[in-house]
Design a binder for this molecule. Structure first.
Ligand code: CA
Length: 222
């Protein structure tokens, strides 16, 4: 997987960043701290954080969902773009990574908007559905274990309102999805997921080649 946009040479990538990136200082600090982490490749690229922040503003999101927090960069990028009464339900299983996330959310003054649920995300999503929260979310970002993508997608789709937007990360998987010689279970899971979405008439889709590939799925009214 990639933590910068695939397929751009470094000269062009650096140009893209230098001519477009408006990264708040707190996000820059979090990105630098996370860069030294052994799982740093799990972090989204800053141009993707900025893109998602734009999407959230574009649809006027107030209530959002995140599946896969890691050290909280994407959560923070979204939180900084929500109105003051905005809310994020953030799902992860890792206390160590999300402790870092919470320090930065506090420092940025958005911790009160973020409800972190440390539990398997499928359980958290099922609980939200059981609590009657279907059709109440404006935006969802899916960026966790790839073998459960389909399960996260189906539940998140129910949780989104009509016209709500889902963004699903790593759909190009460092280019491995396109290599017929690669057949590990993560790659297979992403291929199967991409195929499913291509056929799914419940959503309007676009596969955006930013960072490691980000599919956007807008929930249609049926
Ligand atoms: Ca990712």
């Amino acid at each position: 997987m990639s933590h910068k946009t695939l397929g751009l040479d470094s000269q062009l990538y650096n140009y893209l960043l230098s001519s477009c990136l408006r990264e708040p200082e707190i996000l820059r600090q979090l990105r630098w701290q996370t860069a030294s982490h052994r799982m740093a490749r799990m972090q989204i690229a800053p141009e993707q954080g900025q893109f998602m922040a734009l999407l959230v503003q574009l649809i006027g999101a107030k209530k959002t969902l995140e599946v896969g927090v890691f050290t909280g960069y994407s959560t923070l990028a979204v939180a900084l773009s929500l109105p003051p009464d905005g809310k994020i339900i953030a799902c992860d299983v890792n206390q160590e990574y999300t402790d870092i996330a919470q320090q930065y959310w506090q420092a940025a003054g958005v911790a009160n908007m973020i409800d972190l649920r440390i539990a398997p995300a499928l359980e958290t999503l099922d609980r939200l559905l059981a609590n009657g929260e279907a059709q109440t979310f404006d935006f969802a970002f899916i960026d966790a274990d790839k073998e459960n993508y389909q399960g996260y997608y189906e539940r998140s789709l129910q949780l989104l309102r009509t016209g709500g937007l889902m963004a699903i990360d790593n759909v190009l998987w460092g280019g491995r999805v396109a290599n017929p010689e690669v057949a590990d279970r993560h790659t297979q899971a992403i291929r199967a997921f991409n195929h499913l979405l291509h056929q799914d008439e419940r959503v309007t889709i676009s596969m955006v080649p930013i960072t490691d590939g980000l599919t956007l799925a807008l929930k249609r009214g049926l």
